[in-house]
Design a protein around this ligand. Structure first.
Ligand code: NI
Length: 253
């Protein structure tokens, strides 16, 4: 069930059976010449939406701008400062826990968010620890590409040129989610360079078209669909375990 498509009495009824919610969390940043700027938000969003439809678990709005200062050298990229993101995440968490939600599962789509999400969790738990109180809430983050079966499937689908940023897998997932946004672009070089980076100017210099190590011209919606189906099944199992609740709807096979 999508929070944005529910009326409050439906949310009220849900919370009598389950006190958990899934929050997709991503980024708004360049993803190379053929990748959507929304890629890192769209991937967790589509996987969570399909898992929510199949399982009945509540899926909240997508937290869709994250830590992307290093992508600001490319048109359209947006970022939060880490301190802003920690503050905003805590407001999201406190809004949800006010209603009795005690398990929040963040399905993350962007590696650059990981340390800041953990810092936001520490900020939330510190309120209880400093008061000498026991926190009734558990927070968890998980990268969608680390869900069971995904790395094997990515290796099978893209033995060469999966890469680290603007990966063939993530671009495939967005093409499956939004086929009208598919772009056909020749990659030069075929496989992008790899390496480290600091700020936006350094990133742009090192990775001129935005990709790192990938050849996303291999991306197709069909491959994206296989990735979403595998991720969705793993997500339902993991969330069910974390919430301590079986799916509210039995998925039709
Ligand atoms: Ni990405």
């Amino acid at each position: 069930m999508l929070l944005h498509h529910a009326a409050w009495p439906e949310v009220d009824a849900y919370l009598k059976h389950c006190k958990g919610i899934i929050i997709p969390i991503g980024s708004t940043e360049q993803h190379g010449p053929n990748g959507l700027v929304g890629t890192d938000a769209i991937c967790p969003e589509v996987i969570a939406a399909e898992a929510g439809a199949d399982s009945g678990f509540l899926v909240g709005p997508t937290f869709n701008v994250g830590i992307a200062q290093h992508h600001l050298g490319f048109a359209g990229s947006m970022t939060l400062r880490p301190s802003t993101m920690i503050a905003v995440l805590n407001d999201w968490i406190e809004s949800l826990t006010r209603h009795g939600i005690d398990r929040i599962y963040f399905l993350n789509g962007h590696g650059g968010n990981i340390t800041t999400i953990n810092a936001a969790f520490a900020e939330f738990y510190a309120n209880f620890s400093l008061d000498g109180a026991a926190c009734p809430v558990k927070l968890k983050q998980r990268n969608w590409w680390e869900l069971a079966g995904i790395s094997d499937l990515s290796r099978e689908l893209f033995p060469v040129g999966e890469g680290m940023h603007a990966t063939a897998s993530e671009i495939s997932v967005t093409y499956y989610a939004h086929p009208s946004a598919i772009k056909s672009v020749e990659m030069t070089p075929k496989i992008a360079p790899v390496g480290g980076f600091t700020d936006a100017a350094d990133y742009r210099r090192t990775f001129p078209d935005g990709r790192i190590g990938s050849d996303p011209s291999q991306a197709t919606p069909e491959k994206g669909q296989r990735l979403v189906e595998t991720a969705k099944r793993a997500l339902i199992a993991e969330v069910s375990d974390f919430f301590g609740t079986r799916p509210l709807v039995q998925a039709a096979e």
